[in-house]
Design a protein around this ligand. Structure first.
Ligand code: SF4
Length: 214
């Protein structure tokens, strides 16, 4: 299992390969970013970015979205998976923002996760990207990489992975580490065809060495 020093060094190596890693979701306000992150669950950022310009233009703030009908919102997002549920969540989320938070996206984990459609991962992404609050959101890429590199145990849950990464990485790296690990998972250590032969972490990665040999 990688210790603190090895984990930090591994993430620094990833940062060298992807120095500009950041969210690939487009949004012009915290409210719209929150909507985009909700929409991105089990969908690619690219597919979300295709539908959000029209959605954001129609619903500029929580007040306008809070009054929308589900069918109307569905029309804007129907090319995204789970769009019916997501349309309901978006409207309910906007309604709660209006009734409980004066229409402003809150800045704490407990307040954010009180919003419909907002789980811990979504809240962590919003905290880091909108407010600079140190957080590590654990998605499918972060999970896969943490396990392949033996930073965590194979049976660890996303919440356990989050806690371990927070222990093994300095807080100053958390937000950037999250984005960097996502880029690493998208463009280097992909689920099906990781590019192990040229990977700068091959020496530290038993899974990569096995893949290269076979
Ligand atoms: Fe991923 Fe392969 Fe690199 Fe290991 S060696 S981190 S499996 S790309």
């Amino acid at each position: 299992m990688m210790n603190k020093k090895q984990t930090t060094a591994a993430v620094q190596t990833m940062m060298e390969e992807f120095p500009d890693a950041k969210s690939e979701l487009n949004a012009d306000s915290n409210f719209h970013f929150l909507l985009a992150v909700i929409l991105s669950a089990q969908a690619t950022d690219k597919s979300v970015n295709k539908v959000t310009p029209a959605l954001f233009e129609r619903y500029v703030d929580p007040e306008s979205l809070a009054q929308a009908e589900s069918s109307e919102v569905e029309d804007y997002i129907k090319n995204i998976g789970l769009y019916k549920n997501k349309a309901r969540y978006l409207i309910a989320c906007a309604q709660k923002l209006v009734t409980d938070f004066y229409g402003v996206v809150p800045q704490t984990l407990s307040e954010l996760t009180s919003l419909p459609g907002v789980g811990r991962k979504t809240a962590d992404v919003v905290l880091g990207d909108c407010f600079g609050v140190p957080a590590i959101a654990v998605d499918t890429h972060v999970t896969r990489i943490s396990k392949r590199l033996r930073i965590v145990d194979p049976k660890d849950t996303p919440h356990e992975i989050e806690k371990i990464l927070m222990k093994k990485l300095p807080q100053s790296m958390w937000i950037r580490a999250h984005h960097t690990m996502i880029f690493w998972g998208r463009y280097r250590c992909t689920a099906r065809k990781p590019r192990c032969a040229t990977c700068p972490l091959l020496k530290q990665c038993r899974e990569g060495q096995t893949r290269v040999k076979s």
